[in-house]
Design a protein around this ligand. Structure first.
Ligand code: GDP
Length: 424
């Protein structure tokens, strides 16, 4: 059986914690897209971890963690995360890397930086992890596949070709030093020793596992509104973050994904540029940011303060629809305990027209939130174990949101720790 854990919003919904919990009963955890550009925060018996590229199952000894073909695989980062885990007591996690995954190259990161510099005030808020240049190259078919590392002549030829293309941009548009294919070759030739022990035909491995009845978790990164097709393009990421894409990025039949668990937070937050209809500002935003999560609302990868907003029913219903959510986890309900009244965005006003359907980006930029104010519960709900024991207004809040997003909320998370979880 395959379950997907995916974001219903802009990312940072708390997927890491939920994956870590659900991994307990899983055999395999798979990352199917993205790279080290977003992080999951996981707090467990080993401490607090910010995971970027490795699947969240690495903390469980019996779980096989798969780097799927759909990912942007950064080898030095992989090594860094392995070493970091090792230093903190997680020795030799079981990892398999797809033998078809492509490498995120040093020049992808450079090109990301140069482009953001060129765009200056018009930048999209890239994390400068090289993700957009990576996927551009993949689909332009000039990517470097992981197995290219094992054929030095082929690798050198590919690097010469790619450097010729990149240097036209680097020299003429960005006015920077050109890439040297030989230097690049020297820089990456050692990668093969790092990855060799982990290489596997992961699609075949996974399909066999599914036939044998193993439980597989597909771990999404970011959230539906960052999807390049359906999200707030161009303020999106560059690979699909939808559960449907898990089938492609991992290589398993779509019909096998029978449970899609969409994660949404009890309020909104986002990093990067782009329209954010229910955004709040100033002191009001700062209070929510500081209360949000143990570490405050600062991105796990970039440390950037997140933009804050009220819960957005329009965006979340759309996110759950795109993900095909069979169930929803509402996280961070504990954060709202200080508010007298909790506004939620129930519709958008676009030039006087009221809509509940999430529009394309240009329309979205004009949208104003239509707010409904729900009564707060004014107490700390951390430590509560049963849904019935939540304050009446907290239950009403959950039930209101559930109705608006048109998907069942089966789990409520009331704190960052593993045990702070309420099953309904
Ligand atoms: P992900 O990318 O979706 O995994 O989200 P992040 O890990 O970047 O962000 C979620 C943040 O919220 C982390 O700091 C978590 O520790 C924290 N978190 C997760 N669930 C809860 C919750 O129920 N309450 C609170 N207060 N924090 C939570």
């Amino acid at each position: 059986m395959i379950k997907a854990i995916v974001g219903a919003n802009w990312g940072d919904e708390g997927k890491g914690k939920i994956t870590d919990i659900l991994a307990e009963n899983a055999d395999i955890v798979v990352r199917f897209q993205g790279g080290s550009n977003a992080g999951h925060t996981i707090i467990n018996k080993y401490g607090k971890f910010a995971m970027h590229q490795l699947p969240s199952g690495v903390f469980h000894e019996n779980i096989v963690n798969i780097i799927g073909t759909g990912m942007a695989f950064n080898v030095p980062y992989f090594k860094k995360e392995l070493d970091y885990l090792n230093e903190r007591g997680i020795k030799n996690p079981k990892i398999l890397i797809s033998d078809r995954v492509e490498l995120l190259m040093p020049y992808h990161i450079l090109l990301d930086e140069y482009e953001e510099e060129r765009l200056s005030s018009k930048q999209y808020g890239s994390t400068k992890s090289g993700i957009a240049p990576f996927y551009s190259d993949k689909y332009a078919k000039i990517g470097i596949r992981i197995t290219d590392l094992f054929d030095e002549q082929l690798l050198m030829e590919k690097l010469e070709n790619v450097c010729a293309i990149k240097n036209a941009l680097i020299v003429n548009l960005y006015h920077k030093e050109p890439l040297d294919p030989k230097a690049l070759f020297e820089e990456i030739k050692g990668y093969k020793d790092i990855v060799e022990p982990y290489l596997e035909n992961t699609a075949v491995y996974l399909n066999k596992a599914v036939k044998e009845g193993k439980t597989v978790l597909m771990e999404g990164q970011l959230g539906a509104l960052k999807d390049p097709d359906h999200g707030i393009y161009p303020y999106t990421t560059s690979s699909s973050v939808l559960a449907g894409f898990a089938s492609i990025g991992a290589g398993i039949p779509p019909k096998e994904i029978t449970d899609v668990i969409a994660i949404t937070k009890a309020y909104s937050s986002a990093v990067g540029a782009g329209p954010f209809v229910s955004e709040i500002f100033g002191e009001e935003a700062q209070i929510l940011r500081d209360r949000g999560g143990d570490a405050g609302e600062y991105g796990a990868t970039t440390g950037r303060p997140r933009r804050m907003g009220y819960f957005d029913c329009v965006a979340t219903r759309y996110g759950c629809m795109l993900q095909g959510a069979t169930q929803v986890v509402l996280t961070a309900i504990d954060v709202l305990g200080y508010m007298d009244e909790i506004p939620v965005c129930v519709a958008y006003d676009i030039d006087g027209e009221i809509t509940r359907d999430f529009p394309h980006t240009d329309m979205l930029s004009k949208a104003k939130p239509v707010l409904k104010r729900l009564p707060g519960w004014k107490c700390d709900v951390r430590g509560i174990k049963k849904y019935e024991d939540l304050p009446e207004n907290a239950k009403k809040y959950v039930e209101f949101i559930e109705k608006e997003i048109e998907a069942p909320i089966t789990i409520v998370s009331n704190g960052p720790k593993r045990e702070e979880i309420i099953y309904r």
